[in-house]
Design a protein around this ligand. Structure first.
Ligand code: ADP
Ligand code: MG
Length: 337
């Protein structure tokens, strides 16, 4: 009996010790957005050290891929190069560019890493938000300077363009890669339960003191949640929405996700949330599926193992892939719509 009481006492001590390990939450400005790190299940000093290193890894990704600011990188070198000039890319950039071309192939060209010139003309990634609709002539010029067909890998890490003016832009995928690198760093330093949330794009590890993490999905038109997912696994959830960077002109919304077929902001969706094993996959696919819309995109999602998607279409109707229907909890008030 005494032995039994000891066991109970030891167990409750263990439980109370565990509950004393509180979540460590840190916020940083990174990747052009607010990034929140939540780490559970390890002492504060371990968590803080891991977060510091994750931040450094993520900052490294930003520096290697950004097309803004003063930092020098191989993406900028490639973008400035003339036709026929061979450029050796950073190993990460080389890998992500090859991956991006695979997404371009899989998404019928909806995901296009060569829209740099056109994106710059629209100006959504600049410091000052645009207010003017781009003229058709400008769109034509930007589209003429795009196209995966105009770039080629001629040797390991070495790329060349056949048309001066072609520019790379990893804005729709590099944030995901950064999140993955941040999570890898946390794991390497002993963290098993965490979330990295970069402006709504996240990767989740483990669980929260034995309970699922509750992940809210933002309502694209209201300052509330559309619904939520309960997650207790290593997975990523990324949302692309027309509410991130936009302006309204003559009652029409213009935003930063460009349909490469038209050169104008995509009109099929209002937001798309993707669940996939890595944040890189989820990031690329959320942008592509936004452009494709649910009618063209659903088949693709259903054909990809471990990928699920939730669309809010231009009529504010919700469409879900088969594997996420029973997992997604719609907020009561959104059900009536
Ligand atoms: P967010 O940056 O808000 O998370 P996305 O992941 O959807 O949103 O990425 C949008 C960014 O991707 C744009 O700002 C631009 O840099 C780039 N982009 C826009 N259209 C495309 C496209 N069709 N294919 C690939 N990248 C795109
Ligand atoms: Mg994306």
């Amino acid at each position: 009996m005494l032995k039994y009481l000891w066991a109970v006492a030891a167990l409750s001590l263990l439980v109370s010790c565990q509950s004393q390990v509180e979540d460590v939450k840190e916020t940083r400005l990174l990747l052009g957005t607010v990034v929140t790190f939540t780490v559970a299940g390890v002492p504060e000093d371990v968590a803080l050290k891991a977060i510091t290193q994750a931040v450094a890894a993520m900052q490294g990704v930003e520096n290697r891929f950004t097309t803004h600011g003063d930092v020098l990188n191989t993406v900028k070198t490639f973008n400035q190069a003339a036709a026929g000039e061979a450029v050796q890319l950073d190993a990460d950039v080389d890998t992500l560019l090859q991956q991006s071309i695979t997404y371009w192939q899989q998404t019928q060209g909806a995901f296009d890493p060569t829209l740099g010139d056109l994106n710059r003309r629209w100006g959504f990634s600049g410091d000052v938000a645009p207010t003017q609709v781009l003229s058709k002539a400008e769109v034509k010029k930007g589209l003429a300077r795009s196209g995966v067909d105009h770039i080629r890998r001629i040797a390991p890490r070495t790329w060349v363009k056949d048309k001066t003016g072609i520019q790379l832009d990893f804005g729709a995928i590099a944030k995901g890669l950064a999140i993955d690198k941040g999570i890898a760093k946390l794991q390497y330093l002993g963290v098993e339960h965490a979330i990295i949330n970069a402006g709504g794009d996240m990767r989740i590890l483990g669980d929260h003191s034995g309970h699922a993490w509750r992940i809210a999905i933002r309502h694209p038109r209201q300052d509330t949640a559309l619904g939520w997912l309960d997650i207790s696994a290593d997975t990523s959830i990324v949302t692309s929405g027309d509410y991130e960077r936009f302006f309204i002109s003559q009652g029409k919304r213009y935003h930063h996700i460009i349909n490469p077929k038209t050169g104008f902001p995509a009109v099929q969706s209002v937001s798309v949330t993707v669940q996939a094993p890595t944040a890189m996959q989820a990031d690329a696919l959320s942008t592509a599926l936004f452009i494709l819309g649910f009618e063209k995109g659903m088949g693709l999602v259903e054909s990809m193992p471990d990928v699920e998607a939730i669309w809010v279409d231009s009529n504010m109707l919700i469409h879900m892939s088969s594997g996420i229907k029973s997992q997604f909890h719609l907020m009561q008030k959104n059900r009536d719509k």
